[in-house]
Design a binder for this molecule. Structure first.
Ligand code: HEM
Length: 456
């Protein structure tokens, strides 16, 4: 039996996927269920099979055939992150690069970032004006950009960092709507037709960003500082078995990967979290009561183990997974999936969005209900905002830590109000899923702690 394939013309499907990915996925899931073919592969006629069922997802992420990342994503990602990025490596070079970069995201390194990330959130919220409208997305972008600059470079202040912050924000803002995101999917839009064409503008920004990154790499090569624990220092010191280090180009590609993957994603997640917290008074009340009971709110570790805060972060990433899909994996052996025979060469992608919307796992999936995560444990194939297997997001622990610290700091210190009670729907932002309309809040001033205890 062939895998179900939507009958809508290919071009129309591509347009739906670019302009309204959530409707595209939900409509096809209703018609075709756990596995269906979709023409999502950039610049190719080859369909990809979307996996929307936990057992099949487990197979996809853990079976041998899921180990190779394949070429179809490259034309989409390469202009952003470069050919030598971890994201585009596969096999042994991929494994080696992961081994090199992973330590910087765990253990003592992660703990060390906590204090600085908290300081960054405090510095940023102090600058928010009282009683005026604040665009949450922009504010969260600024916060997470500074956090990631700190993690990657060990610094976020100074002329070079200010310029990097500006250029990276401009570059990603060019993808802020579904229509402008089309540049990623339509090859002719990427052509350089002069300074004001989208392709020309992207190239200008890329060249200016590269200049800054190469200058930073050069400065660090000539003046290495032994005791730094940032990622660039780690990458500069790394050697392969023949004693060779990474080239400037490989370093540049890795820095770009971490900067882009690391700030846009977390900014989106935080924006959604603040939206839901301020839209649902019960959620806000429970969260504030838990936060107010923290003995020392200046200690970042205290925010790590709060159950309701963790549940709010998880529910945010469940209802609006920033990455709708895992990276593609190519089947190298014949397999059976959801009762279908899949031949070698077929491309598969896990659909995180559709798994997170399954009624059988998450009753009333459109409702924001953090209690789900207090009432039951989900397997890594039922709840997988960071993907899984050998390509699981390298920044998953950092992103969760950032979310908890940023929310903890913001909510314990200032009083915010949503300016508009209309529902905000998800919409495409580049290759990710962001907000369809801006989330705006008003800062009312400093917050006084909640009076009612949550647990008596
Ligand atoms: C809420 C925040 C984030 C979300 C939802 C997210 C989600 C994801 C997902 C779904 C993948 C693909 C996994 C797969 O195919 O199985 C991924 C890969 C990746 N992420 Fe994240 N991510 C987030 C934050 C970060 C941060 C903070 C960093 C680093 C600073 C980061 C760096 C990466 C890298 C380098 C990869 C590629 C890994 C590889 O190919 O081996 N991400 N992320």
């Amino acid at each position: 039996m062939p895998v179900p394939t939507p009958t809508t013309p290919r071009l129309l499907q591509a347009a739906q996927w670019i302009l309204d990915p959530v409707s595209y996925l939900s409509t096809n899931f209703k018609h075709y269920g756990d596995l269906f073919a979709a023409p999502l592969v950039y610049g190719s006629d080859e369909p990809v099979l979307l996996v929307n069922e936990p057992k099949a997802m487990q197979y996809l992420l853990t079976h041998d055939m899921g180990k190779e990342f394949t070429t179809p994503g490259e034309p989409l990602l390469e202009p952003l992150v470069g050919r030598q990025s971890l994201m585009l490596l596969s096999g042994t070079p991929h494994r080696h690069r992961r081994q090199l970069v992973m330590p910087a995201f765990h253990g003592e390194h992660l703990k060390a970032y906590g204090q600085v990330m908290m300081q960054v959130s405090q510095n940023v919220i102090q600058q928010w004006p009282v009683n005026t409208s604040l665009d949450v997305r922009q504010a969260m972008q600024q916060m997470t950009m500074r956090m990631i600059l700190q993690v990657v470079f060990g610094l976020y202040q100074g002329d070079r960092y200010a310029q990097l912050e500006r250029l990276l924000s401009l570059r990603l803002d060019m993808l802020s709507s579904p229509l402008s995101s089309a540049i990623l999917f339509v090859p002719w839009l990427q052509k350089d037709l002069g300074a004001w064409s989208p392709g020309g503008r992207t190239r200008q920004l890329a060249a200016a960003t590269d200049q800054l990154l190469f200058a930073e790499i050069q400065a660090r090569r000539t003046q290495p500082e032994g005791d730094r624990s940032d990622i660039l220092s780690l990458l500069l010191a790394a050697r392969d078995e023949t004693g060779d280090g990474l080239t400037d180009q490989a370093l540049r590609d890795e820095l770009m990967t971490l900067l882009l993957a690391g700030y846009e994603t977390t900014a989106t997640a935080l924006t959604w979290a603040l939206y839901w917290i301020h839209r649902l008074p019960d959620v806000k009340h429970q969260l504030l009561t838990e936060l107010d009971a923290v003995a020392d709110p200046t200690d970042p570790n205290q925010f790590l183990s709060l159950p309701y805060l963790a549940a709010v972060c998880n529910e945010t990433l469940r209802i609006h997974p920033v990455a709708m899909l895992t990276f593609p994996r190519r089947v190298t052996v014949p397999i059976e999936l959801c009762g279908y025979h899949i031949t070698p060469g077929t491309l598969l992608q896990g659909c995180i969005y559709l798994i997170h919307q399954r009624e059988d796992l998450y009753p009333q999936p459109a409702e924001f209900r953090p209690e789900r995560f207090l009432q039951r444990q989900f397997s890594p194939y039922e709840f997988l905002p960071f993907g899984g297997g050998v390509r699981r997001c390298i920044g998953y622990a950092l992103a969760q830590y950032e979310m908890k610290l940023a929310l903890g700091t913001i909510l314990t210190q200032i009083d915010l109000d949503l300016l508009n009670q209309n529902p905000v729907l998800p919409g495409r932002r580049g290759i990710t899923l962001g907000q369809g309309t801006p989330v705006k809040v008003r800062k009312r001033g400093a917050r006084s702690p909640a009076k009612t205890p949550l647990f008596s």
